[in-house]
Design a protein around this ligand. Structure first.
Ligand code: PLP
Length: 403
């Protein structure tokens, strides 16, 4: 994999910030977009712009073909069937869809929903809302100080009361990669369905939803080098077929009278209204781009980079790493003694280095480690070793300024 060549595919990376080359290490928040994605969006609006599924005219047919073609590309990327791919706004909406259309109708007082201690708010709040509305209880599987799930304890929390296990594939705050196939086997042995939040996984690991064996898998396009406002919920056909719609409107029906509506089969049943057509097409272009590079090459490159960056940052005096699991992807989270993460972020920005500082929408994780916030550098396929130098240099300067 030739990173220098690949970087040329990303126009946003070519700019300077405060007079220095941009070092973009905020990929867990969102990734930059390659030209093929920008071109796909541009082509759609310039040439094919039309609504899908409804028109017999040429443009509408072209738009429908591209939209459904994108669904097929994403299905292939995930090792799934196209009719199991539901287009949503992002991982958040995918999780809310499952909470409302799958879980809520079967959730009663005394039931339990199991999540883990390392979830993003998007994989906490929808379950909390479902529990509050039904009298069910939210249970939390614990993790160790290294940021690894305690599997024995997780297993004891899988009981006849558990109606769903929802957990992240990769933690956005710690970088931990969870052993999803193993955990899913434990849940399925007790008849418990599993939803996986894949927002931080699909861009860093080769994901095949069938091999993982899970029931639902949610992801966000903008973290996968695609546009914002588009994401995917993958669900097993058997589940999707059995689920009532969450939102009603056009495009999700077979027939409507004032007395009764017959719903369309999945996935359209869950895509009420005009979808984000351009977004879906852009995401299709993104996964095609990634498949062209090869996920295995991306995984190997990012692993090497994360190891080198972790060693370099950990060698700086006063740095405490947050999240030191054996299996990690992309994320290097840390605090620096005596300096607030936001001050570090501000100094890094002056060096053109973009990192995220804050609680990363994972406040329970911050509470677990007893910190209000961390500095998070997160790597993507276009980052390279030379970028570790300005990161460390700026960190040392921040220390001198504020310590
Ligand atoms: N889950 C994880 C692990 C995330 O990191 C994020 C976003 O940062 C989300 C869910 C929510 O993604 P979105 O805001 O794109 O819906």
């Amino acid at each position: 994999m030739n990173v220098a060549e690949l970087r040329a595919d990303f126009p946003a990376l070519q700019q300077k910030v405060h007079g220095r080359p941009l070092v973009y290490l905020d990929n867990a928040a969102t990734t930059h977009k390659p030209k093929v994605v920008l071109d796909a969006l541009d082509k759609f609006y310039r040439e094919d712009n039309s609504n899908v599924h409804r028109g017999v005219h040429t443009l509408s047919q072209r738009a429908t073909e591209s939209y459904e073609g994108a669904r097929a590309k994403i299905a292939q990327f995930l090792g799934a069937e196209a009719n199991e791919i539901v287009f949503v706004r992002g991982a958040t909406e995918g999780i809310n869809l499952v909470a409302n259309a799958f879980l809520r109708p079967q959730l009663h007082k005394g039931d339990e929903v199991l999540i883990t201690a390392m979830e993003h708010h998007a994989n906490i709040v929808p379950w909390q809302l479902a529990c509050e509305a039904t009298g069910a209880k939210l249970r939390v599987a614990p993790m160790s100080q290294t940021g690894e799930l305690l599997l024995d304890e997780l297993e004891t929390l899988l009981t006849p009361r558990t109606k769903l296990l929802a957990l992240t594939h990769v933690s956005n705050a710690l970088g931990t990669v969870n052993p999803i196939a193993q955990i899913t086997e434990m849940a399925h042995a007790r008849g418990i369905p599993v939803l996986v939040d894949g927002a931080q996984a699909v861009q860093h690991l080769s994901v095949n939803v069938c091999e993982l064996g899970v029931d639902f898998y949610a992801l966000s396009g903008h973290k996968l080098y695609g546009p914002t406002g588009i994401g995917v919920l993958w669900g097993r056909s058997a589940h999707l077929e059995g689920m009532a719609p969450w939102q009603g409107g056009g495009d999700m029906i077979r027939s409507v009278t004032f007395e009764k509506t017959e719903f369309a089969p999945p996935p359209l049943r869950f895509e009420a209204g005009t979808p984000n057509i351009a977004g879906a097409i852009g995401l299709g272009a993104a996964v095609e781009y990634l498949a062209g590079i090869g996920l295995d090459a991306i995984v190997a490159h990012e692993r090497e980079l994360l190891t080198a960056a972790t060693d370099a940052v950990a060698a700086i005096e006063g740095v405490r790493l947050i999240g030191t699991a054996d299996a990690k992807a992309s994320v290097l989270s840390f605090v620096v003694e005596g300096v607030h993460p936001h001050d570090i972020g501000t100094v890094l920005d002056r060096y053109g280095v973009a990192v995220r500082t804050g609680h990363h929408c994972a406040q329970p994780v911050m509470a677990f480690y007893g910190v209000p916030a961390t500095v998070r550098a997160s790597f993507g396929l276009y980052n390279y070793h030379a970028e570790i130098v300005p990161l460390c240099k700026a960190l040392r300067e921040a220390q001198e300024l504020f310590a």
